[in-house]
Write a protein that binds this ligand. Structure first.
Ligand code: FAD
Length: 463
């Protein structure tokens, strides 16, 4: 029997339940469909997805297989591929975002009705979002009890890579390069390309190096943005280049070996689970205030000031360093994400959705669940939110977590006689239309720290 393995965010050969099940039935046809869910991705995520596909395709080709690329709505494409290949089954790994869920439901019932064998699996998460319930039978809105509820649950071992056999008849394929998934990256792609770690092999090596060299100090060092102290694996998890189960079990082994930071690392991985748990139960987490009564909060919409935030020109050095790191590398340190989000939503009193949209466009590790949860947490409107009086002071944070100014100097060229390559690369990456140059003088603050803090406290305190 021939089975279509419908690829989505599971771009790996190891620990891939849909692939294992498909390979058991016989020949496998890997299919990737460019549908509206791909069209609508942010510029960086779309570009990075293309790199991930090319990498997996090369690995499959070495095994006598390849990805079949097709454009169109999922059901129509699958019907055509079934017709062209004689496949009798369609298997995939679930993705838990609202529109994907609705699409998959419709595809599943239509295919089943047509007599096709359909199976879907969990490869994206440690736990199905609906499997974790409070004692009252609801879902968790706060992280700590969620962690306690899941931390001792058994988690199956990762699956080995199966042998893959090719079908007798290959369906037609479009060419990935014709999709031009990097089209919206403007000048940025060449610069960001120097910072990516693409594909299953690099993700696995990254995990190995992290567990070997850095997990011990993780808890103490993870908040210092200039240190390479964290795993960087969010980039790979987003496209499914590595499975959360593989990461979980490596972390557990490190904990057993007495590595000090291992428990904390596992907890962070479970923040990702918690985000998907929330998104599953609150599919509008990225668009609507979670808390009652926040819809009339006097946040400003998009503005010239918000444009300066996007451009890394707020005049607040920690904020600008972080926004430039984002533009150049496609990622941003977690502490920096909290600081730029706090400055935007609190000091600048700007709607969190303005910031969320920019992250969505720029992040190569963009994740609909973690991004939405992160923004609502900082803004104060989210389920497990920061208290309103928690207004990060970017200067204080720099003093605490970047004492020698390594992070600021790495990203802000202005005022340095011999700026490092990182800081200069920002000016190569940004669109010409922004008209920025390393010789410009550094701007005055968009909003002063004291003034912005007082205004935010007054507005938030009134809630
Ligand atoms: P590590 O410190 O090595 O942690 C290991 C893994 O745990 C990460 O890869 C990630 O999967 C998970 N994790 C760690 N911290 C968090 C967290 N706070 N929330 C959820 N999962 C976490 N993460 C994304 O993956 N995509 C996003 O789009 C995203 N947007 C964010 C927006 C805001 C405003 C904030 C405050 C946080 C956001 N995060 C997002 C969470 C976090 O910043 C990143 O997961 C982290 O920086 C990734 O780096 P790392 O892989 O080196 O993490």
């Amino acid at each position: 029997e021939t089975t279509i393995w419908w690829l989505r965010r599971d771009l790996r050969l190891r620990d891939n339940p849909a692939l294992v099940a498909a390979a058991k039935r016989g020949a496998v046809i890997p299919v990737f469909i460019c549908d509206t869910s791909v069209d609508e991705l942010g510029a960086a995520a779309k570009w990075r997805l293309g790199l991930s596909l090319a990498d997996l395709d090369a690995r499959l080709r070495a095994l006598g297989s390849h990805i079949v690329y097709r454009t169109g709505e999922a059901l129509e494409v699958l019907d055509l591929v079934i017709e062209e290949s004689g496949a009798t089954g369609v298997f995939w790994n679930r993705y838990y975002e609202k529109r994907a869920v609705e699409r998959d439901k419709a595809v599943k019932s239509a295919l089943k009705e047509a007599g096709v064998e359909v199976q879907s699996f969990n490869a994206h998460l440690l736990f199905e979002p609906w499997e974790v319930e409070t004692k009252q039978g609801g879902y968790y809105k706060v992280y700590s009890p969620y962690w306690r509820a899941v931390k001792d649950r058994p988690i199956a071992d990762p699956l080995a890579e199966p042998a893959i056999s090719a079908p007798e008849v290959w369906p037609q394929s479009e060419a990935l390069k014709d999709w031009d998934l990097g089209a919206q990256m403007r000048r940025g792609a060449d610069v960001v390309a120097q910072h990516v770690h693409v594909g299953e092999e690099r993700a696995t090596a990254r995990l190995g190096a992290f567990v070997r060299d850095r997990i011990d100090d993780y808890k103490d060092a993870r908040d210092f943005p200039a240190l390479p102290a964290t795993s960087g694996l969010s980039e790979n998890l987003t496209y499914g280049e590595i499975s959360p189960r593989s990461i979980w079990h490596s972390g557990v082994r490190a904990r057993e070996e007495g590595k000090r930071g291992a428990e904390h690392f596992l907890k962070e991985l479970v923040w990702r689970e918690f985000a998907w748990h929330l998104l599953w139960h609150e599919p509008d987490l990225a668009t609507r205030n979670h808390r009652e009564g926040w819809d009339d909060f006097p946040w400003r919409g998009d503005s010239k000031a918000a444009e300066r935030w996007r451009q890394g020109r707020t005049g607040i050095r920690f904020v600008d360093a972080a926004m430039r790191e984002l533009y150049v590398t496609g990622t941003m340190h977690n502490r920096a994400r909290m600081i730029v989000a706090s400055y935007l939503t609190k000091h600048m009193m700007t709607d969190w959705r303005v910031g969320l949209a920019w992250f969505e466009d720029c992040l190569i590790d963009w994740d609909p669940a973690s991004n939405a949860m992160g923004w609502q947490w900082v803004a104060g409107s989210g389920p497990d939110a920061a208290p309103y009086f928690r207004v990060f002071n970017p200067d204080g944070q720099a003093e605490k977590f970047d004492k020698n100014g390594d992070y600021l100097n790495a990203w802000i060229a202005e005022g340095q006689s011999d700026p490092p390559a990182t800081a200069l690369s920002y000016f190569e990456a940004v669109p010409k239309a922004w008209g920025l140059g390393a010789q410009d003088s550094y701007p005055e603050p968009v909003v002063g720290l004291k003034e912005g803090r007082e205004r935010a406290l007054a507005a938030y305190g009134n809630r």
